[in-house]
Design a protein around this ligand. Structure first.
Ligand code: GLU
Length: 319
């Protein structure tokens, strides 16, 4: 017993002694465990951590509340990097919308990832067929700190409505909302998210549920007036009982950091992703169609972090 304890202690000392001099820990903010942000963060960390022996960076990517929570955590210095919707990257950097009077001038873009359609799923027995049918019903508008919650507020305002126009506006997290839909605690759920994903898969397989189109004048104006929104289609056939395409609008998932994170750290993370790009694309079906060209240009409104710029120049992708 004693001998084993001593051996373990000696081993811990040896590892600790070798590692403490240089090892640096970085944290990436993600989203709920059933979403795609969690996989983005986990995938980036997996690629970074394969090279820890060379660069001494150790990466973790815990589950968080989503876009707004990640941006706030990076600003506070609690996290180094994070995933955020392109609309909230824009507003945080420019101090608009929810970030009015609270601009995060040091926010830096790294790259964008997959597209995220604004997704509404309703129980078939709720009678909801259009977005307007949601009013008077029980709707999960999303947890505070999530991108979908913030974007839902923008959509409602554009329609001259508010969450008070729902019979119930619940604030469940992504990991809880599909079960709530299945248990008939809510009539519909809202999620800005890449497809296919575990949350919508769960929602559509536990109960007869339909993806709802999000179209009309208010949405057209949002898309026409704002560079970070675009029309989006969720292809039919991805989810049980949903063989038709769903028309909506969407944003891009983007990877962001702060100007105060050192260049070599951001460079190392970016290099781990793009040096192993095929492997990265294989880690989630929502990554399958990613291209380097789009990822370094689309959905980025904050300036590129110099560490990312260094790598993109090295590859000859930018001047
Ligand atoms: N778009 C969501 C958010 O900003 C997260 C989606 C996901 O986790 O994949 O909170």
């Amino acid at each position: 017993m004693k001998a084993i304890k001593f051996a373990a202690f000696a081993a811990a000392l040896a590892v600790g002694g070798a590692a403490t001099a240089q090892e640096r820990f970085i944290t990436i903010g993600t989203g709920g465990q059933t979403g795609v942000y969690f996989v983005v963060g986990q995938s980036i960390c997996r690629l970074v951590n394969r090279g820890t022996a060379d660069h001494n960076l150790k990466c973790t990517a815990p589950s968080t509340g989503g876009s707004i929570a990640n941006i706030n955590a990076i600003k506070a210095g609690d996290m180094d990097m994070g995933v955020a919707q392109s609309d909230w990257q824009y507003h945080a950097y420019n101090g608009s919308s929810q970030f009015e009077g609270d601009a995060f001038g040091d926010l830096r873009a790294v790259f964008s990832v997959h597209g995220e359609p604004f997704t509404v799923v309703a129980r078939a027995d709720s009678g909801i067929e259009t977005f307007d049918d949601l009013f008077g019903k029980r709707v999960n508008v999303g947890n505070p700190g999530s991108g979908q919650r913030a974007t839902m507020d923008v959509v409602l305002e554009a329609m001259g409505k508010s969450a008070d126009d729902f019979a119930l506006a619940s604030e469940l997290k992504p990991a809880e909302q599909s079960a709530a839909l299945g248990d008939n605690k809510v009539d519909a759920i809202v999620y800005t998210v890449g497809h296919p994903n575990g949350s919508i898969q769960e929602a559509t397989s536990t109960v007869d549920a339909k993806l709802v189109d999000v179209t009309g004048e208010a949405i057209d104006s949002l898309v026409n007036d704002n560079p970070y929104y675009a029309k989006a289609t969720i292809p039919g056939g991805m989810y049980k009982g949903n063989d038709e395409d769903t028309e909506t609008f969407g944003v891009k998932a983007t990877f962001v950091t702060s100007a105060s994170v050192p260049d070599d750290v951001v460079y190392t993370v970016v290099k781990a992703v793009f040096d192993n790009f095929d492997r990265f694309k294989g880690l989630h079906p929502a990554f399958a169609n990613l291209s380097e060209e789009e990822m370094i240009a689309d959905g980025l409104s904050a300036p590129l972090h110099p560490g990312a710029e260094m790598y993109y120049k090295e590859r000859g992708w930018i001047e």
